[in-house]
Design a protein around this ligand. Sequence first.
Ligand SMILES: [Zn+2]
Ligand SMILES: [Zn+2]
Ligand SMILES: [Zn+2]
Length: 329
Amino acid sequence: MPMPPRYTPKTHLPQFKAPILSCKVSDSEEIPLPYPGPIAPQWQAAAAAKGFAIIGRIRDRYHLALSCDACGHVHASRIYTLMSAQPHCPACMIARLNQDAAAAGLAHLRLDANSRHYSHYRAPCGHSLRRQHEIVRRMAAGNTGLRCETCHAATEASEADAKGWKLLGPDLQGNPNYRLYAHADGCGATQRIARANMQTGRFECSSCGEGWAAALSFLYAMRFTLPSGQELVKLGYSRDPDSRLAHQLRIGRDMPCEILRRVPMRTGHDAICAEKPLHAKLRDRHPQAVVDPRVYRGKIRVCSEIYDTSLTQDVLALLDGIARRALDS
Ligand SMILES: [Zn+2]
Ligand SMILES: [Zn+2]
Ligand SMILES: [Zn+2]
């Protein structure tokens, strides 16, 4: 009876040729160098049971080159991983991710460098999205949909545009249902508005809306001190000057500013009718005191109606004149 062939440790692997990786699955994957030494029979048995064949020893005494039974791709595996767990063929994994992506209507672009549970995908709209693999599998199964953040922002911007407003960004108070908008086709004031209301148009501008026109309003003078030390005076009208100053005009929380004068007006319409000629008067008499908006851009959220502080007394005198006439009438 013939004896079974005795296992002889191979110290030399003549059939082993570099490069051994049949396809690179990532740029970081190097072509490893062969490492001399025997291949233990229990490694061979474990590899066969787990769907791989050992091509040879590589890199150092801890690594083997495993060829995938399913796809033929050769990858580097730790001997410890082979013996204690199920090695995963990276090419099969990429193929599975490609399949899941296609079933979800996406194209798999690449693995995420920071998390092995995430990849980058090309969405049907052409934008690149980072998504968890599990989410893509759920999309493929029809259990969840896709929302491209870029397209979504464009949708929200055009919703606002259709109502004459400009989407500025998220709500400064952090409510996820609200956004910050500017009344682009109106008075230019900024306002936080629920997105649902922007879609239906069920809101009005608190600076120039119809309700505003009929409600009590104020002319005001405010002083701002820029970080450079330069002082500015602003003349305007608002239903609520304190709120306008705190939530709309002032961008930096620590910029010194104060309301110098409030003159109540019976309606917003009265206020706007009184305010316009004041600006015309100030511009005509003191054109050099009109401050270039570039001076306060990014610090005060308006783009006109700001004067040099040297005009403060003139502004207050004009407001006091209006207050006296209002009392007389
Ligand atoms: Zn494979
Ligand atoms: Zn998109
Ligand atoms: Zn408005």
